[in-house]
Design a protein around this ligand. Sequence first.
Ligand SMILES: [Zn+2]
Length: 287
Amino acid sequence: MLIDTHSHLHFKKYDEDREAVHERMAEFDIKTITVGTAINTSRDGVAYADEHPDTWAAVGYHPDHVTSDFEDEDEIGASKEPYDIKELENIAKSSKRVIAIGEIGLDYHYFTQEGTMKPGLTIEQAKKEQQKVFLEQAALASKLNKTLIVHARDSVDDMMRITAELRRTDPNLRIVIHGFTETWQTAQTYLDLGCYLGIGGIVTFKPRKTTAPEDTLESIVKKMPLDRLLLETDAPWLAPVPVRGSRNEPAYVRHIAEHVARAKGMEYEEICKVTTKNSQEAFACEF
Ligand SMILES: [Zn+2]
């Protein structure tokens, strides 16, 4: 068995061939957590997990939606339902299949581009607003004893500081850093704080020439302790080699597992076993 700990399987991009996607998951004995990004996509994800025994759900309000009105084609209607922590709590409590709060966090990536922020918001205000919403949802994860799935883009210093705060407030909070792509030094900070690192398809890509050898995702995977390693696709995005560029899907997590097994000098079956055990611990869930 292999767990893809982060996908968006309930999104529209699978409407045409959902059955085939689930059949391929069954063929390779793969299960997944489908992740919400707004109120509507969280609610839909829970309904989806309720109907699919190979899928669990995470509910959360993504930082992009806090500070911009942008919605992906998979998220149509998201901006009609603004952030509402009470409603998120209701959704989180609506099913036993909800095992995490996420993806939530900080994303400063688009702040400098025109037209990607809500009108009248300064960059400083936008950062503060995202931090407030993140902290509220993290508190909800503590309250409900759910795992936290953290999204952090172009915000590493603030995220490390806030993660340290969260760890002080709740020593037992299970924290997953989703789609980890930072430096080895940052990895160590998160590992010291007891976080799990979610490793995705980027580990199969050729690193940028500007990346220091010790900071490539592959060398980080080699060095990091095995018991904090989680594998994830972030499907439909970021398909790994050898299917890079195509629509991603949970069954492709096996390509990531193969790559990580090679990097670690282990057998594929061994990586499956270890990362499944890690997933069970990270999400307090018997998949
Ligand atoms: Zn995602």
